[in-house]
Design a protein around this ligand. Sequence first.
Ligand code: NAD
Ligand code: IPM
Ligand code: MN
Length: 364
Amino acid sequence: MAHSLLILPGDGIGPEVMAEVRKVIDWFGTKGHAFDVSEDLVGGAAYDAHGTPLHDDTMAKAQEVDAVLLGAVGGPKYDVLDFSVKPERGLLRLRKEMDLFANLRPAQCFDALADFSSLKREVVAGLDIVIVRELTSGIYFGEPRGIITENNERVGINTQRYTESEIERVARSAFELAMKRNRKLCSMEKANVMESGILWREVVTEVGKDYPEVALSHMYADAGAMQLCRWPKQFDVIVTDNLFGDLLSDAAAMLTGSLGMLPSASLGAPMANGRPKALYEPVHGSAPDIAGQGKANPIACILSFAMALRYSFDLGDEATRVEKAVETVLADGLRTADLLGEEGKSPVSTSEMGDAIVAALAAA
Ligand code: NAD
Ligand code: IPM
Ligand code: MN
């Protein structure tokens, strides 16, 4: 039976980068890997059509398919909306209701891009790390929350809250990943100032007893941010909470040359077929500053599809083929504008990059 894939292009550059993923999907279709693809709305696009950033029918579909692939949500047009219907709420609902607690954000510096990072070549060349971000709890979802009035002034409230089991399951995912890689895991929190950080460190340490082969270390997240810029190659797998993971993964993006390079997989508990519930999406957003101009780098979204091939469809070799095709076009010197810096030569467009990746796939 064909693997089912729900595509949610979203807003801004989301549909632009997704059009390039479609080319890759169609190419696999001609090679005996047909996917049962359906498409729907999320974010501002869903709000425009239905008055909600995620229709219940779309939510139900997302629960049924083998994998969801999302472009990006949000944009200035929606800034005026009530918080409850902002585009980002659609994405957060998907993550929460699908219970996608483990968000894998790999940051890999392709050789051809080692000079494009804002850091020195020797700092980033050969970099290959994964940030495992807890995705369904913490300050993003903790109660109480809201804006209230107290003593005649407004007070904004969000709550950082983690249960033991929430920490345990994401820690276990990170240890399992570390076992498949270099058996090195660094956990980041702020146990020096936050009780949730103290519990985080204790629980991760306890889970670590089941993984004696993994060298576990702990770091305060602020120091971790500094170390990520100073010498990122000291890390292999990093596990951290929802908010720290959001910040640290955007920082890690710049080690690879561009935010337009970073894919992600958000994984939950196994479904009946033994595969995890899963949503794949680039780490970047809807990039309103370049939307509609054919400038977006589609690689993060294409590499997110490669992660779907690996984690949801059991097509690891095909995933590697996609990654190699990306490596090939970069080695050939193809660059979207984000990878050229200010003085840039002539960048290729979003669709030229997609075409080149498909051509590289076909040539391999
Ligand atoms: P952003 O990631 O959209 O953009 C940050 C910068 O990176 C911009 O200069 C943009 O042009 C550049 N950039 C991002 N992706 C790129 C790509 N593929 N190719 C080339 N350049 C790229 O972050 P932002 O500007 O802070 O947020 C814009 C909107 O996106 C907001 O509404 C935000 O909430 C939303 N957002 C959504 C997601 C998501 O859907 N997963 C993630 C982050 C931000
Ligand atoms: C991300 C984004 C999201 C987050 C927003 C759009 C909800 O920044 O996926 O990194 O904060 O998690
Ligand atoms: Mn983010």
